[in-house]
Design a binder for this molecule. Sequence first.
Ligand SMILES: NC(=O)c1ccc[n+]([C@@H]2O[C@H](COP(=O)([O-])OP(=O)(O)OC[C@H]3O[C@@H](n4cnc5c(N)ncnc54)[C@H](OP(=O)(O)O)[C@@H]3O)[C@@H](O)[C@H]2O)c1
Length: 233
Amino acid sequence: MGDIGAYASNFSPPSLAVVFEQHGSPDEVARVIELPPIEIKENEVCVKMLASPINPSDINMVQGVYPIKVPLPEVGGHEGVGEVHAFGSAVKGLSLGDWVIPSPPSFVTVNPLTALLLLDDFAKVNPGDTIVQNGSTSIVGQCVIQLAKLRGVHSINIIRDRAGSDDVKERLKRLGADEVHTESQLQVKNVKGLLGALPEPALGFNCVTGNSATLVLKFLRQEGTMVTYGEQS
Ligand SMILES: NC(=O)c1ccc[n+]([C@@H]2O[C@H](COP(=O)([O-])OP(=O)(O)OC[C@H]3O[C@@H](n4cnc5c(N)ncnc54)[C@H](OP(=O)(O)O)[C@@H]3O)[C@@H](O)[C@H]2O)c1
């Protein structure tokens, strides 16, 4: 698309959308279509998306296995940030070029808010405490690392074994992770021996399940809390 001024009209610019008309494997049922310009009504805002991730829940929605069902046909994706391109005459408080995010009932900033709620809603975590999580390379996991760091909370992070795991560890440490372990490094008799000076975690996050969830549990202190919020494996 061109510059903002070019679209400050009563019509949206021609756009592309990824749509699915039935549930199934995304590579089979999703297709890109061209949307013609549509008139922007007085209460409507036309937003150009600047960045939008494909989250696991987006894939699950296309597959039809997500707990929330949407009417079909549907445009894929729920999270992102966009720029105001045009708006109707009754819209107040917005200027062309403002950055905006989707608001309820859409999913809003799915992953950062999930990370925030994980840290806030299940157990009281104070500065100096430790949390432990798996799936630490996920966007939720990276948000948890950064929010924990901002709060002075230590984080122990579990990642899958992979080529280049040292680079991944360094990357997560630059974000604020205290410790990063691969799953195979945790196949030891006494996982807590790896805590060093860190306090035993009171709170753990699991988005993988299976053996990886067991590793989170092994780090937790007596009567700690483990929150399962995904099942990537
Ligand atoms: N409950 C909620 O309200 C809520 C909200 C948001 C997200 N979630 C869940 O949070 C999780 C993370 O979401 P995201 O968007 O941040 O994910 P993402 O950025 O797409 O990352 C996916 C993560 O899953 C890991 N993974 C994938 N398959 C795996 C397997 N077989 N075994 C172990 N790890 C595996 C990946 O590890 P590698 O780096 O090794 O590939 C990566 O860490 C998902 O399960 C999602 O459904 C839940």
